[in-house]
Design a protein around this ligand. Structure first.
Ligand code: AOS
Ligand code: ZN
Ligand code: ZN
Length: 392
């Protein structure tokens, strides 16, 4: 196998069009249920988070949007936040609702048995739609912590019915060109049952709602051994894959740097995407990161993830699809597998370095950012105030 030094023109075009959305909360301090370590220079408000996100984009050229979490990223004037983002070369992306930090939601939010709690949760989502419009976004992302810890604790069926009704009311609040995406997660924080545990449940609710409702696939939200690329293929087939929350995991919802734990899984997922042309902007899949940096530098972590996705996407675009189709038709199992593995093992880094330089970007965005002095600069400037973290 040879190492290409340039990318074929069609691959370069696809990479140029491809973009990744970064999460505002990925730039704050975060941790496990144990110690949350602070880092000098960590943002103290949503503006500083956006300034950091803009660094990821400035060095990679591939991450022009940042998702907000509401109310974590609440500001007086969302128009001003939007303008600030634009000045930094960024746009504001998905608005993530949050019904997992208030006492009222202890036993559920959109699924709660008490209609006053459901009302509050629905109203929160309607407020998120206002935030979405004020920020210039068109997408609302819903992840619910709702579930139970013990068999018999509550009625699984009743909670599904409440969920369907609540979602329908939120859905009615959507205008043309807007959408909601519903994220699933098989456990945590609930340990017995979760109300949206899997892609099937999310898809069923989305199908009942209408075409402006789609599924979010967070790569860390599956049982070990789950074939995630199969889910990708199936959701794309139904035109219901709205977005990814990319991260990687060894055990559960680890939210580690994308491609860190299992680069081959990332390759398999992205290959399913490119086979259905879903990497192109016209397909409408929002490729977001959902990672939380516990020990590592936050901006560096985001840059590393963006590069991992870009490198892996380049490899999938290099798969000889014609030869693969031919091998598949002849049922040559091992030749088909070899064709895929050849692309996976191709070192695309030199060709990507050339691709970036041609576009005025650093050949190695990760090292260029480390050498830029930005982290020292913000550490010196950002004194006083409270550093933001996951949840604040
Ligand atoms: C939670 O596990 C989900 O991944 C959500 O996407 C959540 O809103 C996000 O991780 C921020 O914590
Ligand atoms: Zn997520
Ligand atoms: Zn998660």
């Amino acid at each position: 196998m040879t190492t290409p030094t340039t990318l074929p023109a069609d691959v370069a075009r696809d990479l140029e069009e491809f973009s990744i959305e970064v999460p505002s909360w990925g730039y704050g301090n975060s941790g496990t249920r144990f110690k949350v370590f602070g880092t000098p220079g960590t943002p103290r408000d949503p503006f500083e988070k956006i300034a950091d996100a803009a660094q990821t984009h400035a060095f990679t050229g591939s991450a022009p949007r940042v998702s907000l979490h509401y109310p974590w990223d609440k500001v007086e004037d969302f128009g001003a936040l939007r303008e600030f983002a634009e000045e930094q070369g960024m746009t504001l992306g998905m608005i993530n609702s949050n019904t997992f930090q208030d006492d009222e939601y202890k036993f559920g939010s959109l699924t709660h048995g008490d209609k006053t709690v459901r009302r509050r949760a629905i109203d929160h989502h309607l407020e998120c739609l206002d935030v979405m419009r004020a920020t210039g976004s068109h997408e609302l992302k819903i992840w619910l912590a709702d579930g139970t810890n013990y068999a018999g604790q509550d009625s699984i069926r009743a909670r599904q019915d409440h969920l369907a009704e609540s979602l329908a009311e939120i859905y009615q609040g959507l205008g043309e060109g807007e959408r909601i995406v519903l994220e699933y997660k098989f456990f945590e924080p609930a340990f017995y049952h979760t109300d949206v545990p899997d892609w099937g449940t999310s898809l069923l609710h989305c199908l009942a709602l209408g075409e402006q409702a789609q599924v979010v696939l967070d790569t860390g939200h599956h049982a070990p051994g789950t074939n995630i690329e199969f889910i990708v293929a199936q959701l794309l087939r139904q035109n219901r894959l709205g977005a990814f929350d990319f991260n990687s995991r060894n055990y559960a919802d680890d939210d580690l740097i994308v491609g860190a734990a299992d680069p081959f899984q990332l390759f398999r997922i992205l290959f399913e995407i490119v086979q259905q042309d879903a990497h192109r902007p016209a397909a409408g899949v929002n490729f977001m990161l959902d990672q939380c940096h516990n020990l590592e530098s936050k901006i560096q972590g985001q840059i590393r993830s963006v590069l991992n996705v870009q490198e892996t996407l380049a490899k999938t675009l290099l798969v000889d699809r014609e030869a693969l189709a031919d091998a598949q038709e002849r049922h040559d199992v091992l030749e088909a597998n070899t064709i895929l593995m050849d692309a996976f093992w191709t070192d695309v880094r030199p060709a990507l370095a050339a691709f970036r330089e041609e576009r005025g970007l650093p050949a190695d965005p990760f090292e260029a950012f480390r050498a830029s002095g930005y982290e020292d600069k913000v550490a010196a400037e950002r004194v006083g105030g409270n550093q933001m973290g996951w949840g604040a």
